[in-house]
Design a protein around this ligand. Structure first.
Ligand code: NAP
Length: 242
């Protein structure tokens, strides 16, 4: 087992997959979390290994407190290896105008994007504090910075996560742990599948959607040991869209 270990939630597809590959390139053993898409997660792990890295699959539902505790808690207990880098990337959206938004839509999006941060991070934090080193990177969204119509649930969850990022950074800064967020704009993944890129790119200063690897680049930068004086920051990766 490698000494340097990282955990990427939602590593099976899209931005999370690119982050897994980036961290593996940086020499990290990668725990690839996902919820249900085992085939995609296996592909991520194969790409990690093809690049000379290594890791393992660790499926759990980040929105389920007991499931997080059981699976991640057991892994940590069994392996006794500190997780140096945690990327809270797993997320979902379920858009509707507020007037038509159902209770389940509100609750599901808050559980998956915000509560998940609390459940996963508090488990990993203990080892980081003990180790006096850690990098926590939360994948938020432009939607949480400016608010987007049809996304009151998602904007609230991501804005909440930005607040939590800044607060936790202040709690753990003295212990060698940085906590930052990366805020993507429109990135080509399953989440943006079906959007009319040709129409929407007119609104984006660089005139295209971003690629998962371009978000992973910012995550890799914040995850690096050299980024030790950057904390409580939100780095936008949005092609100038605001
Ligand atoms: P995606 O392609 O839809 O992939 C979502 C990933 O999250 C999958 O790996 C999925 O696992 C996992 N996931 C979802 N709910 C989960 C849960 N409860 N427990 C564990 N894993 C879960 O999404 P993406 O576009 O890469 O988005 C990644 C992050 O970037 C999200 O936080 C999203 O809000 C944020 N973001 C994306 C964009 C964009 O334009 N794409 C823009 C701004 C922010 P399965 O494969 O098992 O389903």
């Amino acid at each position: 087992m490698h000494m340097k270990c990282s955990l990427v939630t939602g590593g099976s597809r899209g931005i999370g997959r690119a982050i897994c590959i980036k961290l593996a390139e940086m020499g990290y053993y990668v725990l690839v979390n996902y919820r249900s898409n085992a085939t995609a997660a296996e592909e991520t792990l194969a790409l990690v290994r093809a690049g000379g890295g290594d890791g393992e699959l660790l499926p759990f539902d980040v929105s389920d407190k007991d499931n997080v505790q059981r699976v991640l808690g057991n892994w940590m207990e069994a392996n006794k290896i500190p997780i140096e880098v945690l990327v809270n990337n797993a997320g979902i959206k379920d858009d509707a105008l507020m007037l038509y938004m159902k209770d389940e839509q509100w609750e599901k999006v808050i559980h998956n994007n915000l509560d998940s941060f609390f459940y996963v991070t508090r488990l990993v934090l203990n080892g980081m504090l003990h180790n006096r080193y850690g990098r926590i990177i939360n994948v938020v969204s432009l939607s949480g910075q400016k608010g987007l119509a049809g996304q009151t649930n998602y904007s609230a969850a991501k804005a909440g996560l930005i607040g939590a990022t800044k607060a936790l950074a202040q709690e753990v800064g003295r212990h060698g742990i940085t906590v930052n967020a990366v805020a993507p704009g429109l990135i080509r993944t399953d989440m943006t599948e079906g959007m009319d890129e040709d129409k929407m790119k007119a609104l984006i200063p660089v005139k295209r959607f971003g690629l998962p690897g371009e978000v992973a680049h910012a995550v890799g930068f914040l995850a690096s040991p050299d980024a030790s004086y950057i904390t409580a920051e939100v780095v936008s990766v949005n092609g100038g869209l605001y």
